[in-house]
Each structure stands twice: as structure tokens, then as C-alpha cells.
Design a protein around this ligand. Structure first.
Ligand SMILES: Nc1ncnc2c1ncn2[C@@H]1O[C@H](COP(=O)(O)OP(=O)(O)OP(=O)(O)O)[C@@H](O)[C@H]1O
Ligand SMILES: [Mg+2]
Length: 251
């Protein structure tokens, strides 16, 4: 079996043979507020504190200050790990404009925001601290220029090829807007080595959070929806609690 990188998310690793396949790229796809950023940060936080894996977090949307504040509230002191250079939190939001990304990796205008430049920044930051884990949150922000699937596919391929020989286990978050099984799958799900879905599911008692491992190439894994909570101590998955996700139209 291939080497594994434990996610560190309580209850999740036992559903996928101990963790993510080391060095592969995994999409974390969720509805707004489903915990994508929390998942990504916890992956790096646990990596740094429990597995001695340095990590790079690329934020394309939420500000580093906001991420640090929110994560502190659920017990993750990022400042401490950043000052020890166990985690780098890199702001590449094109509107805040500190690190706009171009085909050359040099700052310029919004429309020049490209995957090649982003992969250059990631390569540089990974080398800086010898990172073993990378999170890009959200990948959706990089793809919003492209309505066409072919161009989206090319752009993701450029990014993944650009970072492929770093040997980092990489999480890329994406947003989906439709719930449950009515959701259409986007091109990024086809390209990635693995896909994890974070959803809000309608059940008879109301709405609950459900997590599903949709695919991990080359690995045996669970594929049911399982209950998860976001708690004061981070994300908790309940591996023994399967959820019956109603199909569209089912009451
Ligand atoms: N202490 C807490 N206890 C329980 N739930 C919490 C706690 N803190 C945050 N949450 C939940 O986590 C959600 C936000 O998580 P996060 O920012 O990781 O989601 P996201 O999927 O990245 O959201 P977005 O789509 O806005 O980027 C909140 O909407 C809230 O429901
Ligand atoms: Mg987020």
C-alpha cells in the first residue's frame, strides 16, 4: 500500500486506510460554511503539531487575519506555528493585491491572475520551509475567469503539473452550490487524485452535516455519507454513523 499522510481530522483517517495517499492532490468540495477552510487549516495544524510536517496555506479569499482569529476560537493557535515556520499562511487574494499572480510570478493586474504564477509561489514557499503539506483555499477563486470546462481543465492541469514534483500532499478546496445528489460534478473533480464532499443533508429531523469520500485513486475507501460536526476542537467525523442521503424528490 502507498504511504499515507494522516488528515488528522478526528474519525476520518479510518475511513480511508489511515490517511490521504502521500504526495497526491485531493479536492475538498463543500457548500458555503461547510468547513472547507477549517478542514484545510486543521490538516496543516495537525501535520505540524503531531506529524512534524511543515505546511503552506495559500488563501485566495479569506484574509489571513480572519483565518487566524477564527481558528484560534476552535483551539488552533496559528501564530505560534507561523513564528516557528512550521506553517506559512500566504495571502494571494488578487483584490487585496499584495501578491497578485501572473504568468511570470510577478505582481500585475487582476486579469493576469494565473495558475502558473501560483505554482511558482507555492514552489518557492514549500522549499523555504521544507513543506510536506499544501492547502489552496479556494481553488474556485482561481477558476472564476473560465466559464469553459476546457479552459478550467487546462488551468488546473497547469497548477497541478507545476507543483507535482514537490512531493507534497495537497488539498484544494472548491465550492459547490447545489446540495446532495442533485449536485453536478465539475471538471476539477475528474482531474484530482481524490475528492471529499462536505454537504448539508436534509434528514427527517432537519439539516445535518455529512462528509463523503467520493474517490481516492488507487485506494480502497469508504464511500458512504457520515455525520460530522464542527466543534470547539475542530472537525469531528463519526465513522460509524452513516447517513441516508435522500435523492431529489424523495421526502
Ligand atoms: N466553535 C464552533 N462550533 C461549531 N461550529 C462552528 C464553530 N466555529 C465555526 N463553526 C461553523 O463553521 C462554519 C465556517 O467554517 P469554514 O469557514 O471553515 O467554512 P467554509 O466552508 O470555508 O466557508 P466559506 O464557504 O465561507 O469559505 C461556520 O459557518 C459555522 O457553522
Ligand atoms: Mg472558507
Amino acid at each position: 500500500m502507498s504511504e499515507r499522510t494522516p488528515s488528522g481530522i478526528e474519525g476520518l483517517d479510518e475511513l480511508m486506510g489511515g490517511g490521504f495517499p502521500q504526495g497526491k492532490n485531493i479536492i475538498i468540495s463543500g457548500v458555503p460554511g461547510s468547513g472547507k477552510t477549517t478542514f484545510g487549516i486543521e490538516f496543516l495544524y495537525k501535520g505540524a503539531t503531531e506529524y512534524d510536517d511543515p505546511g503552506v496555506f495559500i488563501t485566495l479569499e479569506e484574509s489571513p487575519e480572519s483565518i487566524m482569529d477564527n481558528m484560534m476560537k476552535i483551539g488552533m493557535n496559528l501564530q505560534n506555528l507561523i513564528s516557528k515556520r512550521k506553517i506559512l499562511l500566504i495571502d494571494t487574494n488578487p483584490i487585496r493585491g499584495e501578491t497578485m499572480i501572473t504568468t511570470t510570478g510577478q505582481p500585475t493586474g487582476f486579469t493576469e491572475f494565473k495558475a502558473y504564477g501560483l505554482s511558482e509561489i507555492i514552489r518557492q514557499k514549500v522549499r523555504e520551509i521544507g513543506a510536506k503539506r499544501v492547502v489552496i483555499d479556494p481553488l474556485t477563486a482561481l477558476l472564476m475567469h473560465y466559464k469553459d470546462d476546457f479552459e478550467r481543465r487546462l488551468e488546473i492541469a497547469r497548477l497541478l503539473i507545476g507543483i507535482s514534483n514537490l512531493n507534497c500532499t495537497t488539498l484544494l478546496t472548491t465550492e459547490h452550490r447545489l446540495y446532495e445528489l442533485s449536485r453536478q460534478f465539475s471538471v476539477e473533480h475528474s482531474i484530482a487524485d481524490g475528492v471529499i464532499i462536505l454537504d448539508m443533508l436534509r434528514v427527517s429531523g432537519g439539516i445535518i452535516r455529512g462528509i463523503q469520500i467520493q474517490k481516492i485513486r488507487g485506494a480502497k475507501h469508504d464511500f458512504d455519507f457520515h455525520l460530522y460536526h464542527i466543534t470547539d476542537k475542530g472537525i469531528v467525523v463519526f465513522p460509524k454513523e452513516k447517513i441516508h442521503a435522500p435523492i431529489k424528490g424523495e421526502s
